[in-house]
Write a protein that binds this ligand. Structure first.
Ligand SMILES: [Zn+2]
Length: 361
């Protein structure tokens, strides 16, 4: 099945618009599954020319109603257990999510990748999986292994490697299109992407994600000017940049990444995760630079072993722990250590900031 037959039109999503924006999480199926019109919640005529956000919400309703695997996964997400920690004054949740073992423990070496069918190419998706177009180059899909509410995967329609160069602008556009209910994330090919061979973003509901509380002072800033900050004594060292000028932001991002590559001696893309939000007419981009893909405890034996493989969502404060015994024993100290181990030091952050500032003079 190619993308043309996977992608639903606005007309096909007509009956999946809800009466409320995203808050109606009731997906009760009637026995009349053959007729989605009859089972759609709040069937109201859609606004003319639905926004990306409205279309994505309609897609989620359609997919939950017609794709049993996704429906079970979304229902399962309501049952996951959490442990709450406070690390350096900010909230962190460990999430016991056994279904995520496929991603957390994914083998992403070149040999393994070359031998499996790509699970983001149109011809390999499950028959029930549908999407919506985002521009000419991307398809918005539902993630069948969700970590957060309304978890989307935005896949390139071409099988092309995970690399952010030339695509940060698309990430900004996606964040703008999805609006204030979502955040968009990118996991680098060596920093948590389980499909390093097929370019993709993800997007999730911001609901309950600690990063956005921690940085509300930044998200609610008044200035429309582009600007950036480096975190100090935060539980994970990151750089936030934002503003209302798309071109300035993409230029700034290219410069920041080039300096990060030099600082970390990276020949290809420096190791990183990215998070972008859009609200009140401006973007906020969080660059989460990495020193390491997986912490030492990932490969440890016995009681020292913790199968935790941090990517953007984990660093935003929802740490996925797929193994029950690991979930039982994980502590705040473990997570604080993991964040420090896979990130950059404050000295490296200051050095990075200085290089960017000097290049701007
Ligand atoms: Zn592919």
């Amino acid at each position: 099945m190619n993308w043309e037959s996977r992608l639903l039109s606005e007309e096909e999503l007509n009956h999946w618009y809800g009466t409320e924006s995203g808050s109606d999480r009731e997906f009760e199926m009637s026995s009349d599954q053959a007729n989605p019109v009859a089972t759609a919640p709040g069937s109201v005529p859609p606004p003319k020319g639905g926004t990306t956000s409205e279309l994505a919400k309609a897609l989620i309703r359609q997919q939950v109603a017609t794709w049993p695997m996704l429906r079970e996964a979304v229902a399962g997400l309501e049952e996951v257990a959490f442990k709450h920690f406070t690390i350096k004054g900010s909230d962190v949740f460990a999430q016991f999510n056994p279904a995520r073992i496929v991603s957390t423990a994914a083998k992403v070496d070149a040999a393994t990748i070359s031998q499996r069918p790509c699970f983001l190419c149109a011809e390999n998706l499950p028959a029930e999986e549908k999407g919506i177009a985002f521009g000419d180059r991307f398809a918005i899909l539902c993630n069948p292994f969700p970590v957060l509410l309304d978890h989307l995967v935005i896949a390139a329609r071409e099988h092309t490697p995970q690399a952010i160069e030339g695509k940060f602008g698309a990430m900004l556009d996606l964040a703008e299109g999805l609006g204030e209910d979502w955040f968009v994330l990118y996991n680098g090919p060596r920093c948590g992407a389980s499909a390093p061979d097929h370019f993709h973003f993800q997007a999730c509901s911001r609901e309950g994600v600690p990063l956005f509380n921690d940085f509300d002072f930044w998200l609610e800033r008044d200035s429309k000017e582009n600007g950036f900050v480096v975190s100090h004594n935060y539980r994970f060292n990151l750089m936030a940049c934002g503003g209302a000028d798309r071109q300035q932001l993409t230029d700034w991002f290219a410069r920041a990444i080039a300096h990060l590559a030099k600082l970390t001696n990276s020949e290809a893309e420096p190791m990183l995760n990215l998070i972008v939000t859009f609200e009140r007419g401006q973007w906020s981009a969080f660059i989460l630079p990495r020193g390491k893909h997986r912490p030492a405890c990932y490969d440890a034996e016995g009681d020292a072993k913790l199968t935790i493989s941090p990517a953007a969502i984990d660093l935003a404060g929802v740490v996925v722990v797929p193994q029950p015994d690991h979930f039982a024993r994980v502590t705040a100290e473990d997570l604080e250590g993991i964040f420090a181990e896979v990130g950059l030091s404050q000295d490296q952050m200051n050095d990075w900031l200085k290089r960017i500032q000097e290049s701007e003079q």
